[in-house]
Design a protein around this ligand. Sequence first.
Ligand code: ADP
Ligand code: MG
Length: 328
Amino acid sequence: MTPHLEFARVCKTYRRGERPAVSEVNLVVKEGEILALLGESGSGKSTLLRLAAGLEAPDSGVITLSGGVLASDDAWIPPEARDIGLVFQDGALFPHLSVARNVSYALSGLSKKDRKSKIATLLELVGLAGKETRFPHELSGGEQQRLAIVRSLAAKPKVLLLDEPFGSLDPSLRRDLRAELRDLFKQVDSTVVVVTHDPEDTLAISDRVAIIREGQIECVGDTQSIYQNAPNKYSAHLFGPANGIAISANETRWVRPEYMKLRPVGPVGIPVEIVGTSMNCGSRYALARPSDSRFAVDNSDWLISLASDQHVHARDSYCIKIPTGRKG
Ligand code: ADP
Ligand code: MG
């Protein structure tokens, strides 16, 4: 995949004397990928999207799209000429226009006949066929969000930027919509950046993830690889529970509870002792403490997923196989 949207050493400070919202950001979004921008509140996610869309200008650095400069010290393409779609959390539909006319608005370049068939195709894609004449307030939250996204896709932007698109939806709807949208984006070959603070959104929708912390990119990579083998403690914990294993004096691996397995005591692996069990959202975990404390990071016990038929007791001894190293 070729680079598409690119940030090079981009900086943005809103108010003089304040901490930069975005600092020296280098980031490449590749053509056809779904990239998640994952970070805590205030980490600079929306600022990056606003810079790409042209709602803010960088203090320094260069932003390019398909090789053409959007913003730099001596170039500026206004938002309306950027060919970039931006959808916020609440979609921002036109409340006085029907479903069909909300989409139609984005298709102003087409003939009436082409527009009609395009609207039908798009609404079919997001499961809104048959609801053309409804108004936004007559749709569910998930339908409104799908309409907002399909409306921005109708204009065929080179990149679609979504800012916390699932933020206002309840959890079950959120799960369904993530999967539907991923299918839709792949079907129409969109390049998408999704901003979120939610690890589950990230895992469900993205091909790659960029983790942002206090305005700086902490790491970028294939979403599954970063989830399974985060490069550092911050990135590991942003994605949920992770166990630090000090493999050597200068190498720590961050391993998810579901990738740690308790094995009978044997000649290979790290000996541990069970110190307790816990439950969370229907899953059971063992808490294990390495017999050699040098393996532990910050003296933390390890959380290890248990199978439904697996039972452990305090003071039981096991071994943990050292997980294989990072790929790529
Ligand atoms: P996120 O989307 O990750 O929550 P933002 O990009 O919105 O983060 O904000 C990053 C930082 O910039 C925060 O400290 C925030 O307070 C500040 N900020 C964002 N927008 C503005 C603004 N318009 N004026 C001043 N400060 C802002
Ligand atoms: Mg934000």
